[in-house]
Design a binder for this molecule. Structure first.
Ligand code: DLZ
Ligand code: SF4
Length: 524
């Protein structure tokens, strides 16, 4: 009998998506290379249903092609749909179209899939299987520590799904950073208060640059493809440095643990001009493509803590991101989808100002953040939350438009992580499902955490007049516009008292409203 690579019949066709590049994936359980085959596809729709950054496209395609080569070198048959420079040569624009054709040709008895990271993709693939009358075996994504089923069970009898409580549940149930009595190591569950240092006037010291992985021939071919075929897309391809294989990702992790983890905690929230990475790991991209497993990351960080190579506040901060935040965000996504997409608690409807795509603005903090994003498809979490996200919230942007932009511009963005992060955490549009209070602040926050304001034409402590910081004007305007909704949150009482003081001077409040309206007009 001929094998599946020689055009022979395929028993099971295992579908591997661009964010499922995991050799230990459940899609390979029971896989028999003599009878089964893998299916992978680069498709136009994934590149432009949101207007993706060139680097995001190149990263996915390069990592997918490396994964294909690794599978083939192990004797696995991979049916792979490659995009070429000419769209006319595509066999289909969507996963559904390409899979339809391949399944008709290969005639598998069954399709196997690990739960995708995007509800939209899950429903599309379910539809193909139904149209072809083929069984579709959907398996859990064992990359994550907490399964969808466990999260649903955890959520079932709880009124409030606070991240901090879920994090403690994960620490206890996985016995991570616990002493023999089951208490948190160091006496605290959370060292967040120790993790808000700034760099002061002198700025950050020399920080070892992250390990880079220059493009090999496969990646270079992809870069050339993206440069030609997707030339109108935003962003640059000059800095392709991320790991594209599991082995490279492991080196990337080791480099972070040795050189930047020790000070990661202290300066987790700090920002600085010209420094996109500081002590941050940038592990989110290889993690979200599943080149890295969170268990590897946890084990290396815990080992560094035990060997006293990294202090507890840094290790706990890193563990919280992976074991708390990341797993929590994913659990919430699957708990609330598909309805979650439609939340718009603050009833905001504006488009993004155009500088979200090119960064051409005189707000120095925003310009810097956009430089990082355009060059690297990346900025760290405080730029996301307290610069670009904050501006969208205060300006009045529709939360899903901000999510779509974030999906387009960040290399690490997949729907399961981007949607709760943007729509929930940063835009508070879900009415408090993800965060216990909206992250709203004036330019003073950015001033405290960075040196951006010293290079800016505006003054963060001014909300009126020619020198007023747009963040600060829009901050007071946001509190004023959304007063009735914000008043329901006791955690905002202090900020709202300050607004009430401002409101007691009606002329000043009216001037702020006028200036905010002017900013919206100018930035459109
Ligand atoms: C983000 C992305 C891009 C740009 N391209 C592809 C692709 O061509 N093929 C693919 O399988 N996946 C791609 N992805 C990831 C998907 O958009 C989506 O996030 C995942 O399929 C969800 O599991
Ligand atoms: Fe940003 Fe305002 Fe500071 Fe300028 S003054 S850098 S706009 S926060």
């Amino acid at each position: 009998m001929s094998r599946p690579d020689q055009g022979g019949p395929v028993r099971n066709l295992s579908l591997v998506l661009g964010d499922q590049l995991d050799h230990t994936s459940a899609v390979f359980q029971g896989f028999d290379p003599a009878q089964d085959a893998v299916w992978m596809a680069e498709v136009q729709e994934e590149a432009d249903y949101v207007w993706s950054h060139k680097l995001r496209l190149a990263y996915f395609f390069a990592a997918m092609r490396h994964f294909r080569e690794e599978l083939r070198s192990r004797g696995v048959t991979v049916h792979y749909h490659e995009l070429g420079p000419d769209p006319a040569s595509d066999r289909g624009k969507t996963f559904s179209q390409v899979l339809h054709q391949d399944a008709r040709r290969l005639k598998p008895q069954k399709l196997i899939l690990v739960r995708p990271g995007d509800f939209r993709v899950l429903t599309a693939l379910q539809q193909v299987a139904a149209d072809l009358s083929l069984p579709l075996d959907i398996r859990p994504d064992t990359h994550f520590l907490c399964s969808v089923a466990e999260f649903k069970e955890y959520a079932a009898d709880r009124k409030n799904l606070l991240q901090e409580h879920f994090y403690r549940h994960m620490r206890r149930s996985r016995r991570i950073l616990l002493d023999p009595q089951g208490k948190p190591v160091g006496g605290l569950w959370n060292f967040d208060k120790a993790n808000r240092r700034t760099f002061g006037r002198r700025g950050p010291p020399e920080i070892p640059a992250p390990r880079t992985f220059p493009p090999d021939a496969i990646t270079q071919e992809v870069i050339d493809l993206v440069r030609r075929r997707f030339r109108d897309h935003p962003g640059s391809l000059e800095h392709f440095t991320l790991p594209v294989t599991a082995a490279q990702a492991e080196d990337f992790l080791a480099d972070f643990i040795e050189h930047r983890l020790p000070r990661f905690g202290d300066f987790e929230d700090a920002m600085w001009t010209g420094q996109p990475f500081l002590y941050h790991s940038r592990l989110s991209a290889p993690l979200n493509l599943k080149l890295l497993n969170p268990r590897q990351c946890l084990s290396k960080a815990l080992q560094a803590c035990e060997e006293l190579a990294a202090p507890l506040n840094s290790v706990e901060g890193f563990v919280r991101q992976l074991l708390g935040w990341r797993e929590y965000i994913r659990g919430l996504y699957w708990l609330h989808m598909p309805g979650y997409r439609d939340h718009n608690y603050f009833d905001q409807h504006l488009d993004l100002p155009s500088f979200f795509w090119h960064g051409d603005t005189d707000m120095h903090c925003f310009r810097q953040t956009m430089q990082f994003i355009l060059a690297h498809g990346y900025s760290h979490h405080i730029h996301r939350l307290m610069v670009v996200g904050l501006f969208a919230l205060l300006f009045g942007v529709h939360p899903r438009k901000f999510h779509d932009w974030h999906m387009a511009m960040y290399v690490d963005a997949i729907d399961w992580v981007s949607l709760p992060n943007t729509l929930g955490m940063s835009q508070a549009a879900d009415g408090g499902l993800v965060g216990s209070k909206p992250y709203c602040a004036s330019g003073n926050y950015i001033h405290r955490m960075s040196n951006f304001c010293s290079g800016c034409t505006y003054k963060p402590d001014k909300s009126l007049g020619a020198e007023a910081c747009p963040f600060s004007t829009l901050y007071w305007d946001f509190l004023d516009r959304q007063y009735a909704r914000l008043k329901q949150n006791v955690r905002l009482a202090y900020q709202l008292r300050a607004l009430e003081n401002k409101r007691s001077q009606p002329d000043q409040m009216a001037a702020i409203r006028r200036q905010a309206a002017e900013i919206r007009k100018t930035y459109f």
